[in-house]
Design a protein around this ligand. Structure first.
Ligand code: CP
Ligand code: NVA
Length: 319
């Protein structure tokens, strides 16, 4: 049985500002030299469990784990005993066999249960509450196009109560950004998340603003982003949501309120004509394909860093 104290990544604030910057630096190095680090060479296996569908998370973890010398064990809904067997028992078994556990699921409490019983790092591959891997990729993209994200103004429009909004608040504040989130009444972020983001921002020089007014969020924004109005599990609400979120569509008029040349981000999958106009996502300010590619580099860096900080890989000796 491996003896280690694992570091987990369940929510954006699991990394300090300094640690987040280390992961992003490592991501840039790995992007420049795709085969630089091989913490799973042997190979060791990484379990990637999906309770929901995925294109980017699946492809980026699968390719990234292979790049790092490892063997990705992709588990789709209904393919394991998880759901019948307890999360804790699953964690105990996987801890004896795999090097890291990545899990896309519904409740955040499941990830916490998994981490509590796991001897290996546990990574949130998206939950109802947060999508922290996506924010690392987004910050990497901002860094590449605009330099250090600290001090930049970041506007998110749309479903401000979803996983992306919550992770932008926490991960953006960790990076020292001025994070502004706009959504309709009833679809605003969890107040506990806003408080946590404010606490983080107070230490990093960032700030947090929540509003129902899209113009207030957009004015002065260096980066504009949105997400689907219907997250996985909310499909029954599709029609109602299309009406409620209409004023928060990111179209050319919305982009015109932001700084000239502001970047446009979208975690994808995107629905043109709903949360974003084709003229924006397919236009010159959009960096969504870089953002999608950066899932690969950011997550490879995260996996390497977690192994190093869990005492299972010597980052310095490896170069
Ligand atoms: N952005 C993202 O997580 O995409 P997938 O749902 O395709 O993994
Ligand atoms: N908010 C979306 C993100 C998809 C990557 C969802 O949870 O479905």
């Amino acid at each position: 049985k491996p003896s280690m104290t694992p570091r987990h990544f369940l929510v954006d604030t699991d990394l300090t500002q300094q640690e987040q910057a280390e992961v992003l630096e490592l991501a840039l190095a790995l992007k420049a030299d795709r085969w630089a680090h091989r913490p799973y060479a042997g190979p060791q296996t990484v379990a990637v469990i999906f309770d929901k569908t995925s294109t980017r998370t699946r492809a980026s973890f699968s390719a990234g784990i292979a790049d790092l010398g490892g063997n990705p064990l992709m588990i789709n809904p209904g393919e394991s005993q998880l759901g019948k067997e307890s999360v804790a028992d699953t964690a105990r078994v996987f801890s004896r066999m795999v090097s890291t556990i990545v899990w896309r699921t519904y409740a955040q409490s499941g990830l916490e249960e998994m981490a509590a019983a796991s001897d290996v790092p546990v990574v949130n591959g998206l939950s109802d509450a947060y999508h922290p891997c996506q924010i690392l990729a987004d910050l990497l993209t901002v860094r590449e196009h605009r330099g250090d994200p600290a001090g930049l103004t970041f506007a998110y429009l749309g479903d401000a109560a979803n996983n992306m909004a919550h992770s932008y608040l926490l991960g953006g504040a960790t990076a020292g950004m001025h994070v502004r989130v706009a959504g309709p009444q009833g679809y605003l972020p969890d107040p506990a998340v806003v408080r946590a983001a404010e606490e983080r921002a107070a230490r990093t020089g960032g700030s947090v603003r929540v509003t129902t007014d899209p113009a207030e969020a957009l004015t002065g924004a260096d980066v504009v982003c949105t997400d689907t109005w219907v997250s996985m599990g909310q499909e029954a609400e599709t029609e109602a949501r299309a009406r409620i979120f209409r004023p928060y569509c990111v179209d050319a008029a919305a982009m015109a309120r932001a700084e000239p040349g502001a970047l446009f981000l979208h975690c994808l999958p995107a629905f043109r004509g709903s949360e974003v106009a084709a003229e924006v996502i397919d236009g010159p300010q959009s960096v969504v394909w870089d953002e999608a590619e950066n899932r690969l580099h950011a997550q490879k860096a995260l996996l390497v860093w977690l192994m190093a900080r869990s005492g299972r890989y010597d980052l310095d000796a490896a170069r």
